[in-house]
Design a binder for this molecule. Sequence first.
Ligand code: BV8
Length: 233
Amino acid sequence: MSHIRNIVILTGAGVSAESGIDTFRGGGGLWEQHRVEDVATPEAFARDPELVLRFYDMRRAAIQTKEPNAAHRALARLEREWPKKAPGAQVLIVTQNVDDLHERGGALDVLHMHGEHLNAWCNACDARSRWTGPLLHRPPCPACGKAALRPDIVWFGEIPYRMEDIYQALGAADLFVSIGTSGAVYPAAGFVRTARELGLQTLELNLERSQGSAWFHESRLGPATEIVPAWVD
Ligand code: BV8
């Protein structure tokens, strides 16, 4: 990686799979016989808020019983060590995941483009609050006191967070690495094409070929806890 200065990394559910967090399409992508795409939408929340809040309460509780794995720790090492190799060189970890395992694995500046399980967002005052408990019983917003909290999660049909920052980082990068994602969901699945158009080197680290594999200069297949530390170190 001699001529590489700035690196943008995109992670998906596959990087947390070996920590015991279900991927979307691994577990058949179903929850209580509903397709995830049908539960993770604003329409579903309007139609049946209890169903959606139970779905997120269950997953918010589950991630708090899981631990980061060697892939999370290797990426945190890279984020810490890389700028020492080339002054001003940057590593940006963009994640589609809504767990906090990158942070608990030591990463300092993770961009959660699809939100975070451990935040709640108030529909009344727009405040975001750190939230580890259930939302099913509509607790009051810590900022405005109204019972208007929802999961701080980007649902299907909603606009992901910080898209400008992501495209700006891609514009200043030399290498785009995609780790543990099926390349099924946009706009994240389109980042590799943007990277190719910008002339970046592109690398995919995944358990199996994904929907985007053909767009990468190189794909390395295997479990993240093996191939991510091997790439980082
Ligand atoms: C948007 C939070 C406009 C929720 C998620 C019709 C109506 C409305 C929208 C659309 C539509 N048709 C298309 C769309 C766009 C839609 C979309 O792409 N739909 C898909 C289904 C076709 N996208 C949106 O709606 C997005 N918003 O388009 O707004 C816009 C956009 C840009 C600018 C302006 C306006 C919003 C999408 C965000 C939805 N929220 N997450 C929650 O978590 O509950 S998506 C969710 O699924 C994840 O966050 C992730 O992004 C996505 C895919 O999941 P993956 O992470 O890839 O996981 P998956 O299980 O699929 O794959 C795991 C991979 O890991 C596999 O490849 C596997 O091989 C690998 N793996 C497994 N084990 C391991 C491993 N790899 C290594 N080691 C292992 N051990």
